[in-house]
Write a protein that binds this ligand. Sequence first.
Ligand SMILES: O=C(O)[C@H](O)[C@H](O)[C@@H](O)CO
Ligand SMILES: [Mg+2]
Length: 391
Amino acid sequence: MTKIKSVRTRVWNWTGPTVPPQGNFCTNASDALWIMGDAMASFRFHQWLTCEVETEDGTIGIGNAALAPTVVKKAIDDWYAPLVIGEDPFDYAYIWEKMYRRTHAWGRKGIGMTAISAIDIAIWDLMGKLVNKPVFKLLGGRTKEKIPVYYSKLYADSIEAMQREAEEAASHGYQAFKSRFGFGPKDGMAGMRENLKRVEALREVLGYDVDLMLECYMGWTLDYTKRMLPKLAPFEPRWLEEPVIADDVAGYAELNAMGIVPISGGEHEFSVIGCAELINRKAVSILQYDTNRVGGITAAQKINAIAEAAQIPVIPHAGQMHNYHLTMANTNCPISEYFPVFDVEVGNELFYYIFEGDAEAAGGYLQLDDDTPGLGISITDKHLDHFEITE
Ligand SMILES: O=C(O)[C@H](O)[C@H](O)[C@@H](O)CO
Ligand SMILES: [Mg+2]
């Protein structure tokens, strides 16, 4: 049995070209503020954290985090790494509880749980490598021949631009698409019309035989959403995502109970108990935790069991291998989100510039290999000249 001997964190700060945002390209929680300019600015993912957990025999497991990487790095270096060094990685449930309980005063959500997630993902990659099995084979194995994905971009833009992007995506075989709203309460009735025109325009080019999901990214309010839901229903959205801020669980539950459009959320929820709360309060019809935030693979798999008991499908936020392995291993995880490989914009794409091996979609599906141990990704040096790396 080989013990954990080190935890190496690095922050990857993107210094390469980025695609400037369109105005009104995505509603978000900051829209409620009296703020000029790019309200989405604080929701950029132009930094990423890598977390490498190494055992005495030299095997290295790779974890990652996208939220506040510089702060998560400090939390791991100062608080979490000392808790896991010397432990047997196969005692992963104990290690998780140790990280969770020893920092419980401040770490149960946000930065602390993100740090736990990065280490836990690395431990699962490590375990897969140590037993020469892909992570999904340690979780339940192959439940799908291949994973259906949904195309996730379509940020709000001109109607023509959105229709062109949707047609281009459909030509690559996607059968499901997620679009972002650009207008919310501060834009009044005129903004509602702009939102509805874009949904109608997308249905015009995509038709009604594919799933269309609509993303608010916490940029609406309970009142605004209640007014919008009946107007959206005729376009048969598969779900309306994160209409209100993550803390307004009662708001989610009220909107979901209206039964007009399924409400989804969870990418800003943390821990097993945090997600169980969303499920038990019927706050969401689709749960969308992100494994690199919610507590890693250990927590995500426990949440999957709770969601399955409630028959709430789990479709994790983001694509990326730490989520794909869980989707492959669970029948109750029907599809995966997929960010097309793109120039760096919001930053969801940054994953592709740091890692290689991430599954690529083809014809609306992606595949995981039965024989590639661990998560199947490695850190690439292909784009090093576009990063400032902090050890
Ligand atoms: O659901 C998502 O993909 C996230 O909410 C997006 O990454 C976020 O950037 C808003 O588009
Ligand atoms: Mg989202």
